[in-house]
Design a protein around this ligand. Structure first.
Ligand SMILES: NC(=O)c1ccc[n+]([C@@H]2O[C@H](COP(=O)([O-])OP(=O)(O)OC[C@H]3O[C@@H](n4cnc5c(N)ncnc54)[C@H](OP(=O)(O)O)[C@@H]3O)[C@@H](O)[C@H]2O)c1
Length: 254
């Protein structure tokens, strides 16, 4: 398998790190020289990575191409590039739909995928739309693949995936609070990461029973968890939270 990456930014590099930690047999990976620092670092670390300046050369030399560029860059450069009909294309671009991607590349075998940075540690959900055998063959090594046929429905996951920074901010705020109260930083950071890791693992194990039950089960009547939840509800925390999801949804559904 020879892979090519147009755009060597955060998500492309996360996929590449994940690939080298996995059992996937990849002969070569051609990556673009942008971003220069990330490309240099990857080429230094992995011998089978070759950095090329010319996007067209990356396409010509690879059997499957990942598009790891922003929507504006994609709209600008894709129509000028030539993809032979047999190329496999996996687009990671957030807001370019399949219709536009097919128009720009003139390739029918194109699929959209939404991996997240934890693919670097071979974890996390990966949405593939439409279902695609080749994309699944790769991504099943990097996390939990979920295939969605309906493109409009697949956009919904962009909203929930946009909770990443907020999630980390919850960790950051909690840890900072502990530190301010006199806890050693290393202990505070470890405690918070372990707490949320345990809660997430437990939620995953029990997901079939529904999250509402977990919310109930984690509160003692008049207890501390109930106090925090009620205070946040009173402050309309979850109303604002849902509104933010709706607003991202409006943006990505355009
Ligand atoms: N980050 C995520 O969690 C995530 C997850 C799923 C999907 N996505 C999507 O994946 C795409 C990339 O996101 P990202 O977070 O990886 O962004 P990023 O870190 O900014 O990466 C974009 C890359 O494109 C490069 N680039 C710009 N112009 C180029 C050109 N003409 N030819 C080749 N490369 C060029 C940039 O290089 P320079 O730095 O030199 O400009 C940069 O390395 C976006 O559409 C995003 O919505 C991101």
């Amino acid at each position: 398998m020879i892979l090519g990456f147009i755009g060597t930014g955060k998500i492309s590099s996360s996929i590449i790190y994940g690939i080298f930690k996995s059992n996937l047999k990849v002969k070569k990976i051609y990556i673009s020289s942008r971003n220069t620092n990330i490309a240099k670092k990857l080429a230094k670390k992995f011998r089978s990575i070759i950095v090329l300046k010319d996007n067209q050369k990356i396409i010509d030399k690879s059997s499957a191409i990942f598009l790891g560029i922003t929507p504006s860059v994609g709209s600008k450069i894709l129509p000028k590039l030539k993809f032979s009909k047999n190329k496999k294309i996996i687009s990671l671009i957030s807001t370019l739909n399949l219709e536009k991607l097919k128009k720009f590349t003139k390739v029918k075998n194109i699929v959209r995928a939404t991996p997240l940075p934890p693919v670097e540690i071979k974890r996390g959900p990966i949405i593939i739309c439409p279902p695609n055998k080749f994309a699944k063959t790769i991504f099943k090594h990097l996390g939990k693949v979920l295939e969605i046929r309906n493109e409009k429905l697949s956009y919904k996951f962009w909203s929930t995936a946009s909770l990443m920074a907020t999630y980390y901010e919850i960790l950051n705020t909690s840890s900072k609070w502990l530190i301010k109260k006199g806890i050693n930083k290393k202990i505070a950071d470890t405690y918070i990461a372990e707490l949320f890791l345990a809660l997430s693992q437990d939620a995953l194990n029990k997901s079939s029973q529904g999250y509402k039950k977990l919310v109930t089960d984690s509160q003692t009547p008049k207890g501390l968890n109930m106090q925090v939840l009620n205070e946040l509800k009173k402050g309309k925390f979850f109303t604002k939270f849902t509104k933010a999801l709706e607003n991202v949804n409006k943006r990505v559904s355009k």
